[in-house]
Design a protein around this ligand. Structure first.
Ligand SMILES: [Zn+2]
Length: 215
């Protein structure tokens, strides 16, 4: 038997959409807030939905592990290259491009096929270094760059400036950067710049955050 309050319960889908901020209509949001104050059943359900999305958002924004890159390379054809670079901060003040780093190749899968990414102890590098992990696919002509740093877990609003005159590239919160198709030799022994670009105050909904992290 439903209580008088439970007769006004939104259905699960509706509740989920409201919690994801997909529907911006204020009246409906206020109705839901009022309802949640009164209805323990929906409160419980919204708590569970909340917990699920919090974990999902966190997981998708986490930097990709070396293990996963190794795994994806094994899945791909053996023409796919993986390159590992150490970026050491330059001894100079940040300029208009951001903070400068000198790039050095640490590992290239085609030169040393027996070695995998997981064999590198990245944590042994100084904490202010940033690691670039490039996955280069000659068949699809794509290069994707994955950032790694011992301390940082989020790269929201970061940009990466590469040494060939393009506009800076936007870094996704999980440290993934889509860069033009290029080989490791275009970056080795060059300087790159990382910058922080604050975005407008407009808040993104949780749903948009999940979509964004799916790049
Ligand atoms: Zn309810």
């Amino acid at each position: 038997m439903k209580s008088p309050i439970e007769r006004h319960c939104p259905d699960s889908k509706r509740l989920e959409m409201l919690l994801l901020d997909v529907d911006p209509r204020d009246a409906e949001r206020k109705r839901l807030q009022l309802h949640l104050q009164q209805c323990s059943k929906c409160r419980q359900e919204s708590k569970e939905i909340d917990a699920f999305y919090n974990i999902l958002v966190k997981e998708m924004q986490r930097p990709v592990s070396n293990r996963l890159l190794d795994f994806s390379q094994k899945l791909c054809n053996n023409k796919t290259l993986v390159a590992l670079f150490d970026c050491e901060p330059l001894d100079e003040k940040p300029n208009g491009h951001g903070k400068g780093y000198h790039v050095k190749l640490l590992h290239l899968s085609s030169q040393d096929p027996a070695k995998s990414m997981t064999q590198f102890d990245l944590k042994a590098l100084p904490k202010d270094h940033i690691v670039l992990r490039l996955v280069i696919d000659p068949d699809c002509q794509t290069t994707v760059c994955y950032l790694w740093n011992a301390v940082l877990e989020e790269y929201e609003n970061w940009t990466l400036d590469l040494p060939f005159g393009d506009d800076p590239f936007l870094v996704a919160a999980n440290g993934v950067v889509k860069i033009p198709y290029l080989f490791h030799d275009r970056l080795d022994d060059k300087n790159v710049y990382f910058n922080f670009r604050p975005t407008s105050l407009q808040e993104t909904t949780r749903f948009e955050k999940i979509l964004e992290s799916m790049v």
